[in-house]
Design a protein around this ligand. Structure first.
Ligand code: HEM
Length: 374
């Protein structure tokens, strides 16, 4: 049996290679898909899906990059069929063992994820899109542009997770992380400027519905899988969160790259950066800063990072509110399975954490203890 675990699927070289690949010879059928979707032509979508499903023997001959590209293209048809009503896998039963095998080979869930829909999707004439509408292209681009930065950001978070908050280098690392996270703000600004809430609510949202694969309900490839929440986990959320956000995180992690799932596991078992900072400040912040001069810069660096995250989340909440307005929406909750209320709660938690870092000391320790009873 071919096993290809441990391969870094997020590297830029590998990503470029995957985009080039068309292992199922699906380029033309993917273009036709937009027209079938426009007409809600489920039989045509099912026929196309059945034409491109490879045999298990074919899959055995694929490189891991080809496995990713194959999952991407099968996924576009699965999401399209579900958009118009039916569960896709029972309509193309031969797809099931292939999805399971592609999931196994790539060490990912047995359906497409936001990585397939954006980063691993070709651009230009071969771009896979459900609708072909320019607003969909903007949404894809908004996610594509942040992934390389989040990848760097998650590795920096790993370094921060192990770094001493009293080390002058701590603030330098934090500022580097902040610069990467700033792309999230540029991304959401692009969406606000170019994607109408109505287009998202009435047209696109439905393509991100969950499907069932082998008895397992799997979420669609939506932007909620962008792992900003993993940076939270390292910086503050591992031990300063609330049950609803913890649950959202747990449910989202399986859609991540293997390396990021590993980081999540690691960060869940160690104190968060903010907790270590509050601890270092102890009961007498002024005395702590006298003893450890770098502490102030560390706290200010983390506050700067969190404020950028709050700016992203504030603007994101604005568009999410419009798209999930009761008069416009077709679905009560997001395709990531969570509500706009949860987004509000996540911002409140992030803001409260900024306060912890701005006023460390006994009050911060007490506030933490209140949020996280022993
Ligand atoms: C029309 C545009 C968008 C709408 C209506 C929207 C809506 C939502 C909703 C309702 C959620 C709650 C979880 C769920 O989906 O079940 C969510 C979560 C999330 N979305 Fe979006 N979203 C949009 C665009 C984006 C973009 C472009 C990004 C990033 C580039 C993004 C990143 C996130 C993240 C990271 C979460 C998890 C919660 C968090 O970390 O704050 N979203 N979104």
């Amino acid at each position: 049996m071919t096993r290809t675990l441990g391969i870094d699927l997020g590297s830029s070289l590998r990503t470029a290679a995957i985009r080039e690949l068309d292992p199922l010879a699906a380029d033309a059928l993917c273009l036709d898909m937009r027209r079938h979707n426009d007409r809600a032509d489920v039989p045509a979508l099912v026929e196309a899906l059945r034409r491109i499903v490879p045999s298990l023997d074919d899959v055995a001959g694929y490189t891991v990059e080809a496995c990713v590209a194959a999952m991407r293209d099968l996924g576009m048809f699965l999401g399209s069929i579900k958009r118009h009503g039916p569960e896709p896998v029972p309509l193309a039963p031969e797809a099931l063992p292939v999805l399971l095998e592609l999931g196994r080979r790539t060490d990912m869930v047995p359906r497409d994820t936001v990585h397939h829909y954006t980063t691993w999707n070709p651009t230009g004439g071969r771009q896979r899109m459900y609708t072909g509408d320019i607003q969909e292209a903007y949404l894809q681009e908004s996610v594509r542009m942040v992934f390389p930065h989040l990848r760097e950001g998650l590795e920096l978070s790993e370094r921060l997770s192990g770094a001493d908050v009293a080390d002058p280098k701590f603030a330098v690392l934090t500022d580097e992380l902040t610069a990467h996270v700033e792309t999230m703000v540029a991304s959401i600004d692009m969406v606000v400027a170019n994607v109408g809430p109505e287009f998202f609510a009435r047209i696109l949202r439905a393509y991100f519905e969950e499907i069932t694969v082998d008895g397992r309900v799997l979420l669609g490839p939506a932007a909620a899988q962008v792992p900003l929440w993993l940076i939270d986990q390292a910086i503050w959320a591992a031990d300063n969160s609330e049950p609803e956000y913890e649950e959202f995180l747990r449910d989202s992690v399986p859609y991540s790259l293997p390396r990021w799932r590993e980081l999540y596991g690691r960060w869940t078992d160690v104190p968060s950066v903010v907790s270590r900072l509050v601890e270092a400040y102890g009961d007498d912040p002024e005395e702590a800063e006298r003893r450890i001069p770098a502490l102030r810069q560390s706290a200010e660096g983390i506050a700067r990072l969190l404020r950028v995250i709050v700016v992203f989340r504030g603007r994101h909440l604005g568009i999410a509110r419009k798209a999930y307005d009761a008069d416009l929406r077709l679905y009560p909750v997001g395709s990531g399975g969570a509500s706009v209320d949860l987004l509000r709660q996540i911002i409140d938690l992030t803001r409260a954490t900024v306060q912890l870092t701005r006023r460390p000391g006994p009050a911060a320790a007490a506030a933490r203890a209140e949020r996280r009873p022993a």
